[in-house]
Ligand binder design. Structure first.
Ligand code: MG
Ligand code: ZN
Length: 151
């Protein structure tokens, strides 16, 4: 029997919290309750919760790694109060011109998480607000896509 766990991979900005854009100040954190419900639900079912987020604001020097980490910590503190904390978070710090392998819709962050945590990719799911980013990535990997349509 496999001991591998499935994961809920989930986007951050525009999916868990309202997009800013280039959110980096904790005063900007505004959490969507439907994302909280989804995370809670998957936690109960034994999924790892893994945030995967493009943060080109780092590469553009709009904010620092310290800003990013403070934002992520505060976001997770508030999610935890709601019973919806994430287990791990991966970010891509690059700009498109860097041609990295991790900027979504590329699959680098998911590949890394699968390796780091022994995840059962086949039963994992991906949630996001962008069909052209998370949707495309989900189709590439054959994952179920949960689409939060934000206006
Ligand atoms: Mg998004
Ligand atoms: Zn990258």
């Amino acid at each position: 029997m496999s001991t591998k766990k499935p994961a809920l991979f989930i986007d951050r900005d525009g999916t868990i919290n309202r997009d800013c854009p280039y959110c980096h100040d904790t005063s900007q954190i505004d959490i969507y309750m439907d994302a909280v419900s989804l995370i809670r639900d998957y936690r109960k079912r034994g999924y790892l919760i893994i945030v995967i987020t493009n943060q080109s604001g780092l590469g553009r020097h709009y904010f620092s790694i310290q800003d990013l980490e403070a934002f992520n910590e505060e976001l997770n503190r508030r999610l935890k109060e709601l019973g919806a904390q994430f287990d791990y978070l991966y970010y891509c710090p690059h700009i498109p011109e860097d041609n990295c392998d991790c900027r979504k819709p590329k699959d680098g962050m998911i590949r890394r998480a699968v390796q780091d945590h022994g995840i059962d990719l086949d039963s994992s799911v991906l949630a996001g607000d962008r069909d052209d980013i998370e949707g495309e990535l989900a189709r590439k990997l054959g994952l179920k896509f949960i689409h939060f349509r934000r206006v």
